[in-house]
Design a protein around this ligand. Structure first.
Ligand code: PLP
Length: 433
């Protein structure tokens, strides 16, 4: 079928009626660019959905998936295994900071989040603290779309029709436009005070009821909010004082976005559990991985003498094609030096930062913020969708986040791509306001 009807596909997070009236079809992708059905090249400044960190169409990854499909297309992971899953786990454990040595596979960021929340409950249960059932998330936090994730998340539209079915409370978000607008890198003001709000929530709920705090090191879908200086360190300290686990949701930050493999390394704060997905396979196969500290794994293992220790898993956990994609992706990241490419002080990050911040002063722009190769431009009105649409027409893909547009380009970005982006963005902003 060359021209399928658009009616049957109920599209996710999409204004379906709008899309179907004016479709934006992607038919191919190579390097930094998409190819559209009308044969245009569109610059991808979003790495798809924050996932294609090595750019598109990498032959090493494509060949690894094809080879694996011929060799072992599927293997059940309940009670059986296949060597690639163990090999990948060793590699991830080696890459991850501290004692995050136990790897549990999922198929998405949302599933990684559910898995991490359940690990936290299982950990406390195993240690005789089953009363710790409450989670602390954060306003504007995004942790996927499953019931646990929307409960700990802090984006109202994502739960208002569905409810929040986990016991949760939320820290405030960390945006402070009054003091931190137009920050380059980490915002300077307010980090410790913002983190100290956790103490208030602990007084309110009592530590004996709190299982974990879950936060994104840099809040992504909630607007790209890098953590103010000292914030993450202080959250860690408070968690430690009260026996509360700290979960970092690194579904966006992981795999090079902040200049190291993981943001926990960049910001030097060690979580107990870390969720990943997206960049793990460069977006080429659905896969997530949750990395748990040895202490979390050991507690759950030791609590049961025999039988299944953790009643959780997915039919496609450690899917062989996804494992092959992940192994090849890690090869590419390592061989091409992509973890370091996003170094906040590195040449390309600095060029990107300077380019974007040159837009300060344009009509409607109330903030520009970035850490390394993740950034947002915020407006004084919900202009994101319109500017995204105009940019698309001019050959640039951006992410709309309501009042803001976000960028998280593939880490293979070159200066010419920054120049093109800044030029188009400036035209679109002037056109809109
Ligand atoms: N967690 C974070 C921090 C995310 O940014 C996302 C997706 O953007 C998710 C979880 C959910 O991932 P997925 O869409 O793969 O379920």
């Amino acid at each position: 079928m060359n021209n399928p009807s658009l009616n049957t596909h109920w599209m996710p997070f999409t204004p379906n009626k709008g899309f179907k009236a004016s479709p934006r079809m992607l038919t191919g992708a190579k390097g930094m660019h998409w190819i559209t059905d009308d044969n245009r090249q569109v610059l991808d400044m979003t790495a798809g959905l924050w996932c294609c960190n090595a750019g598109h169409g990498n032959p090493h990854i494509a060949e690894a998936i094809a080879r694996q499909a011929r060799e072992l297309d599927y293997a059940p992971c309940f009670g059986f295994g296949h060597p690639l899953a163990f090999e990948l786990s060793e590699r991830l454990a080696h890459l991850a900071p501290g004692n995050l040595n136990r790897v549990f596979y999922t198929n998405s960021g949302s599933e990684s989040v559910e898995t991490a929340l359940k690990m936290a409950l299982a950990y406390h249960h195993a240690r005789g603290e089953a009363g710790r059932q409450l989670f602390i998330g954060r306003e504007r936090g995004y942790h996927g779309v499953n019931f646990g994730g929307i409960a700990v998340g802090g984006i109202t539209n994502n739960y208002k029709a569905f409810g929040q079915w986990l016991p949760t409370d939320h820290l405030s978000h960390t945006q402070d436009l009054r003091r931190n607008a137009f920050s380059r890198g980490l915002p300077l003001h307010g980090g410790i005070d913002m983190a100290n709000e956790l103490e208030k929530l602990i007084r309110l709920h009592d530590a004996s009821r709190i299982a974990a705090v879950i936060i994104e090191p840099i809040s992504g879908a909630g607007g790209v909010l890098p953590p103010p200086v000292g914030y993450l360190q202080r959250i860690r300290e408070i968690c430690d004082q009260h026996g509360i686990l700290l979960i970092f949701d690194e579904v966006i930050c992981g795999f090079g976005r902040t200049g190291e493999a993981f943001a926990s390394q960049t910001f030097q704060v060690q979580p107990d559990i870390m969720t990943t997905a997206k960049g793990l396979t460069n977006g080429a196969a659905p896969m997530g991985a949750v990395l748990a500290g040895d202490h979390v794994y050991d507690a759950v293992m030791e609590a049961s003498a025999s039988g299944v220790e953790f009643f959780h898993g997915y039919t496609y956990s450690a899917h062989p094609l996804a494992c092959a994609a992940a192994m090849a992706t890690l090869d590419v990241y390592e061989q091409d030096g992509l973890y370091q490419r996003g170094d906040a002080d590195g040449e390309i990050s600095q060029y990107f930062e300077r380019g974007l911040h040159s837009l300060k002063g344009l009509p409607g722009v109330i903030d520009i913020r970035n850490y390394s190769l993740i950034a947002a431009v915020e407006f004084d009105a919900p202009a994101g969708t319109d500017i995204q649409a105009m940019a698309w027409e001019q050959g640039l893909m951006l992410r709309s986040l309501g009042n803001a547009i976000a960028m998280s380009p593939p880490l293979i970005l070159e200066k010419e791509h920054v120049d093109q982006t800044v030029g188009i963005l400036e035209r679109c902003i002037r056109q809109h306001f």
